[in-house]
Ligand binder design. Structure first.
Ligand SMILES: [Cu+2]
Ligand SMILES: [Zn+2]
Length: 176
């Protein structure tokens, strides 16, 4: 009786460890990343989380102390936020597309809809980036990371390569 129980327990243990081994491989891929956004004077103006979902990356940004009005927000190609944030490079674009949702040959994977900041400067916004992925080839967290950047003006969704959105007013590095 006892040996049967032990054998059953051992079989159960083996099944469990085989199972956890099989599950381990996908877990080496990052499923989420967080960042703090700062403005050009180094002041913290919000934070954001990026979460991998089956059809893209969900970005949840909690912003404060931004100038009111319409602003472009993009994922840029380098995880470096040194004011005036040109260190973040161009828009995240692993497939070599053109900029903008209005361009038939667009858009960059890092292109996102504009945000509208009310007076007072605080806004919580959720954005779904369907062309984006966090890990693997062409992933946001590959190599030198990426950055979430907010601009002075709106993105016109057409002007290549950056939507005529003006200066970069806030930046948060996305690094594994
Ligand atoms: Cu940008
Ligand atoms: Zn773009």
């Amino acid at each position: 009786m006892r040996s049967t129980t032990l054998a059953a327990a051992a079989a159960g243990f083996l099944a469990l460890s085989a199972c956890s081994r099989a599950r381990r491989a996908p877990e080496t891929q990052a499923q989420a990343v967080r960042t703090e956004l700062t403005d050009a004077s180094g002041r913290r103006v919000g934070d954001a989380s990026l979460q991998q979902l089956p059809r893209g990356v969900l970005i949840v940004a909690d912003l404060s102390a931004l100038p009111s009005g319409t602003h472009a927000i993009h994922v840029h190609e380098t995880g470096q936020c040194t004011p005036p944030f040109t260190t973040a490079g161009g828009h995240f674009n692993p497939s070599g597309a053109r900029h903008g949702f209005r361009d038939p040959q667009g858009a960059h994977a890092g292109d996102l809809p504009n945000i509208h900041v009310p007076s007072g400067g605080a806004l919580r916004v959720e954005l779904m980036a369907e062309g984006l992925r966090l890990s693997g080839d062409g992933g946001v967290l590959d190599g030198d990371g990426a950055a979430l950047v907010i601009h002075q003006f709106a993105d016109d969704y057409a002007s290549d390569p950056a939507g005529a959105a003006g200066d970069r007013i806030a930046c948060g590095a996305l690094i594994r």
